[in-house]
Design a protein around this ligand. Structure first.
Ligand SMILES: [Zn+2]
Length: 59
């Protein structure tokens, strides 16, 4: 089962739905589906099971 989160690309500013694996936590690099530039994605889960996904430009 996967959870999805809606994020805004820090390069092209498109809103994109990203699928987050239930085991995924922490940081990883992923390319934008629209502009193909790299994101530095950070996944944080809280005690209630909430999911927080933030993206920044990655070099
Ligand atoms: Zn983009």
């Amino acid at each position: 089962m996967q959870t999805s989160a809606r994020v805004q690309c820090p390069w092209c500013f498109e809103f994109i739905e990203v699928l987050i694996d239930p085991d995924t936590e922490g940081r990883f690099v992923r390319d934008c589906e629209v502009c193909c530039r790299p994101w530095d994605v950070r996944v944080v889960r809280d005690a209630a099971g909430g999911l927080q996904v933030t993206v920044q430009r990655s070099n």
